[in-house]
Design a binder for this molecule. Structure first.
Ligand code: GLA
Length: 353
């Protein structure tokens, strides 16, 4: 859980922006709600010198990255940084950020690992793959090698693999999380696409490893029901929760949703499992997540309707491995729905959960 710079700022980040956003995460109560990482995404790179030493962008980070990590740590939070497994960053390819040419970690692994985690003190790294893709590198071999270089400096660094689809079962030996989809954007179609990509990947989440559904677009113009789908599904699917909006302008509705204690507890549940599909009708899905105890008497359920029509869900409790009188609570509205017998009958509006 945390905040990441990409969705709101793209490569136009700076020392001031990152520090200020981190301060706002504390002031607005998000640190207390559990959001502990402040992640710098693409855009901090300057050039390498003749010895291959990476420098920061002089305009955006004139004092280097250590003061940024130090500030984040002084707030009691953890600091994240970014690289590419190849030579060139995604920003250098897609956002014309020419400083990202040659900024990737390929050929500089021990050196960059020492700089990012030893000298600067970062705790997390997202490792992108645009440069790796261009070079046609072997993903498993590359990411494993980078992990080994990081381990030589700090074994506790958390790694995120970003190559836009489930990487393969090898990823659990290297990373805490991995992106399972292409880049998200603040439109309904994008949410629907990401959820669809993750629907049948629950077997790969667990034991401290997570399918990453990408940074949150909450607070960036989606409709309220769409934001509920976004947060609700990211929570029940145990995705990392990295807020992606500008904290200066976050709307009240979005802030309150991001602080919903019951949904956060669902996301952060001790078992760390991902909900799996148990029922599927037309475009609608019922997903179940074991929480607190495997096959226990408390279970989390999502009635997810991504279609453009209302959906009348009828879900037999048997399907949910429950029985008798079942107390039902709506975690999004934080309201008890009373006791139900035999089945849940519920109409869910279009684009809702
Ligand atoms: C890729 C990633 C994004 C972001 C950008 C940065 O597109 O998937 O999440 O990090 O690169 O350039």
């Amino acid at each position: 859980m945390g905040w990441s710079s990409w969705n709101a700022f793209l490569v136009d980040i700076s020392e001031d922006i990152i520090k200020h956003q981190a301060d706002l995460m504390v002031e607005k109560g998000l640190k207390d709600a559990g959001y502990h990482y402040i992640n710098v995404d693409d855009g901090f790179f300057g050039k390498r010198d003749d010895n291959g030493i990476m420098f920061t962008n002089e305009k955006r980070f004139p004092n280097g990255m250590k003061p940024v990590a130090d500030h984040i740590h002084s707030l009691g939070m953890k600091a994240g940084i970014y690289t590419d497994a190849g030579n060139n960053t995604c920003g250098s390819i897609w956002d014309n950020d020419l400083a990202g040419v040659g900024a990737g970690i390929y050929g500089h692994e021990p050196q960059d690992a020492q700089l990012y985690f030893g000298d600067w003190g970062f705790d997390f790294i997202k490792i992108d793959y645009c440069g790796g893709d261009v070079l046609g590198l072997d993903e498993e071999e590359r990411y494993t090698s980078i992990r080994n270089s990081i381990d030589k400096v700090n074994k506790n660094v958390s790694v995120n693999i970003c190559r836009w689809a489930f990487p393969g079962t090898w990823a659990k030996d290297v990373a805490t999380s991995w992106r399972i989809s292409g880049d998200i954007n603040a439109h309904w179609g994008s949410l629907k696409y990401v959820v669809r990509k993750n629907l049948y990947l629950s077997a790969y989440a667990g034991n401290g490893h997570y399918n990453d559904m990408d940074m949150l677009e909450i607070g960036r113009g989606l409709k309220p029901n769409e934001e509920e789908v976004h947060f609700g599904m990211w929570c029940i699917m145990s995705s990392p929760l990295l807020i992606g909006c500008d904290m200066n302008t976050i709307p009240d509705f979005s802030l309150k949703l991001l602080k919903n204690k019951e949904l956060i507890a669902l996301n952060q549940d001790v078992l760390g499992l991902q909900a799996h599909v148990v029922q599927h009708e037309n475009e609608s899905y019922v997903l179940v997540k074991d929480i607190e105890r495997k096959r226990g008497l408390t279970r989390a359920v999502a009635l997810y309707n991504p279609s453009d029509q209302p959906c009348d869900f009828i879900v037999p409790f048997e399907t949910l491995e429950l029985g008798g009188n079942v107390k039902v609570r709506d975690l999004i509205k934080q309201k008890d729905l009373g006791k139900m017998k035999e089945e849940i009958r519920q109409t869910v509006q279009p684009h809702s959960v």
